[in-house]
Design a protein around this ligand. Structure first.
Ligand SMILES: [Zn+2]
Ligand SMILES: [Zn+2]
Length: 118
């Protein structure tokens, strides 16, 4: 198959594939994610969500998320990407991890006062 077209479709951050017109997608902030990718990541994302909610307000960096759940860093990154799509989780580009204390990108659960929109 030849690729002569310059891809002008947005990339799904979960699978790094183009999002084609007609694909089922979910929108979040400035990003578009395949619905299937979103669903596929839900197993791991659920575990991450559970961890964050159990300790609501605490910030976790992605490597600590991975360590706590015994998943790879890459899985943690994908799960955090998926969680970022919902309003219940807040990602900070430079937060302080409450586990390792390092300044990283962190994620935390918002207090449950915000109704979930998904
Ligand atoms: Zn995708
Ligand atoms: Zn950490």
């Amino acid at each position: 198959m030849r690729h002569e077209k310059v891809p002008d479709n947005p990339l799904c951050p979960l699978c790094q594939q183009e999002v084609l017109p007609g694909d089922h997608v979910v929108f979040a902030h400035a990003e578009i994610v395949h619905l299937t990718c979103r669903l596929k990541s839900d197993g791991v994302a659920d575990s991450v969500a559970h961890l964050l909610r159990r300790d609501a307000g605490a910030e976790y960096c992605q490597s600590c998320v991975g360590r706590q759940l015994h998943i790879t860093y890459e899985q943690a990154v994908k799960a955090v990407t998926a969680l970022r799509m919902t309003s219940r989780y807040r990602v900070r580009a430079m937060g302080t991890c409450s586990v390792c204390g390092n300044h990283w990108m962190t994620v935390r659960a918002e207090p449950p006062s915000v109704p979930e929109s998904v």
